[in-house]
Ligand binder design. Structure first.
Ligand SMILES: NC(=O)c1ccc[n+]([C@@H]2O[C@H](COP(=O)([O-])OP(=O)(O)OC[C@H]3O[C@@H](n4cnc5c(N)ncnc54)[C@H](OP(=O)(O)O)[C@@H]3O)[C@@H](O)[C@H]2O)c1
Length: 262
């Protein structure tokens, strides 16, 4: 299926690994110019190589910490300057630390808010003047299925990410019709983040080893496996595309059916 976005320009925050990178790859496969940001220099270089090998569009990899206001502005500005346009904004982030409520202090909560919510606020604010030009564009926020059903030992994700859904819904009204804004709610996809969460659970004594932890996560999924990052990235690219032209304000689970609420 031709997604109709060839020649568009996209940026993906925290896009040098995991679900952000998978989204950037899916957009690159569709012929978009793609910019990603992250902090670690090796990861940035590896992501740039992978993206360059994926599609025919231009690639930009920028060192930026999305908890820092100036660095986000720099990333968005450099993307617009390099590509001369901006059609699609995809927001990913690192994951907040796992743990229960009593494990967290004020600093953890403020850091999670900067990482998960203010990074989206600042990216969208910087992108808005350009993304509304030339027929408009799209915003897709990568959040978590934790916004629909709380997940044990993930209090920061459960509580703080809901701010992104409120923001996404508001933008779907305020920025329409020029810009469609949606969110994806990943279940478990095998990335560095999932390795970290399963290893934390092994350390807490919840599982005997990493393999047992991964099997347990898959047990809860009707499709009987955890997802590949590519499967989330393709949903993101589709939401950015002409093929999803009447989707606006939607929070789309990409979780193999593991969320039980409707
Ligand atoms: N994987 C899943 O199954 C799953 C499920 C539900 C929700 N999620 C959520 O989806 C998001 C992405 O998860 P993932 O699995 O893709 O994680 P990941 O594999 O750990 O990748 C995280 C990416 O974010 C970058 N990053 C982290 N902190 C950053 C910062 N402050 N500034 C800039 N870049 C930053 C990392 O690069 P650097 O460290 O080099 O900066 C890396 O590129 C997270 O919020 C996660 O909690 C994931």
């Amino acid at each position: 299926m031709d997604l109709g976005i060839e020649g568009n320009a996209a940026l993906v925050t925290a896009g040098t690994a995991g679900l952000g990178l998978a989204s950037a790859e899916a957009l690159a496969r569709e012929g978009c110019d793609v910019a990603v940001c992250g902090r670690d220099a090796d990861r940035l270089a590896r992501a740039e190589d992978r993206l360059a090998a994926t599609g025919d569009g231009d690639v930009l990899a920028v060192s930026a910490d999305i908890t820092e206001h100036d660095e986000i502005e720099g990333f968005v500005g450099k993307t617009i300057q390099t590509f001369g346009r901006l059609d699609h904004v995809v927001t990913s982030a690192g994951g907040p630390p796992s743990g229960s409520f009593l494990d967290t202090d004020d600093e953890d909560w403020y850091h999670a808010y900067d990482l998960l919510v203010m990074s989206v606020v600042r990216t969208v604010r910087a992108a808005h003047p350009t993304i509304t030009e030339d027929g408009g564009g799209t915003i897709v926020c990568i959040t978590s299925r934790s916004v629909q059903e709380v997940i044990d030992e993930l209090v920061l994700s459960n509580a703080v990410r809901r701010g992104v859904i409120g923001l996404m819904k508001t933008l779907s009204h305020e920025f329409a019709p020029a810009v469609r804004t949606n969110a994806v709610l990943p279940g478990a996809h095998e990335t560095g983040r999932i390795e970290e969460l399963v290893e934390d659970a092994v350390e807490r004594g919840d599982y005997e080893d990493y393999g047992a932890g991964l099997d347990d996560w898959a047990d809860d999924v009707p499709l009987e496996r955890i997802g590949e990052p590519r499967e989330l990235g393709e949903a993101v690219a589709w939401l950015c595309s002409e093929r999803a032209s009447y989707l606006n304000g939607a929070a789309v689970p990409v979780d193999g059916g593991s969320t039980r609420s409707v």
